[in-house]
Ligand binder design. Structure first.
Ligand SMILES: [Zn+2]
Length: 196
């Protein structure tokens, strides 16, 4: 069922469409697009949306991410993908215009949180262990689904991105400065390697 990019097109709602797939550059914090409040998707049956979905999922999978939000690849729209954990392993899932409709378990689920936009930085964080999410699929159909533990954690992290919030925003200025320096160093290092 997976195509050559590892995408399950039927499950993503892009089945039977000639959708080009490409790896996109992940924007690193503190780029302005990561602090923007994203807008809802209102047009569904659109080639650009299908292509964007395909690229977003492919970029998440190629970077071994548990989730990725549209602003992380430069589009300030309410679109996220998660690599959903289930009994059979992991499966990419698309959520358009997602919102937390209800918190069903306030008990904390703790994970060593990281973000593809903050490379190399991880910190133990707690989030709600059960949430009901209201979202739309690629065809614009509305859904309600409950997420638990790791999946709930990841969805909450990605929805924060759509509200312009990155998990490092709450840290002290000193800590933020250190992380920024590290990211700049990593980027320069990558450039140096690319030249040789
Ligand atoms: Zn993130």
């Amino acid at each position: 069922m997976k195509d050559e990019y590892g995408l399950n097109r039927e499950q993503l709602g892009i089945d039977g469409l000639a959708v080009p797939t490409a790896l996109r550059t992940i924007i690193t914090w503190p780029a302005p697009v990561l602090s923007e409040k994203c807008n809802d998707v209102t047009t569904f049956d659109h080639e650009y949306l299908y292509e964007f979905i395909s690229n977003l999922v492919y970029t998440m999978l190629q970077n071994n991410g548990l989730g990725l939000a549209a602003p992380q690849i430069s589009l300030a729209k309410n679109i996220i993908v998660i690599n959903k954990q289930w009994a059979g392993g992991y499966i990419p899932m698309l959520l358009i215009n997602p919102e937390i409709a209800d918190v069903t378990a306030k008990a904390a689920f703790t994970m060593n949180e990281g973000c593809l936009s903050v490379p190399g930085y991880f910190e133990d964080r707690s989030r709600y262990s059960g949430v009901i999410i209201k979202y739309q699929d690629a065809a614009g159909k509305h859904h309600l689904e409950e997420f638990y533990n790791q999946n709930a954690f990841v969805v909450q992290h990605e929805i924060d991105h759509l509200r312009g919030k990155v998990f490092t925003d709450d840290l002290s200025e000193l800590k933020k400065g250190r992380i920024m320096k590290k990211i700049i160093k990593m980027k320069l290092g990558r450039r140096k390697h690319a030249r040789t």
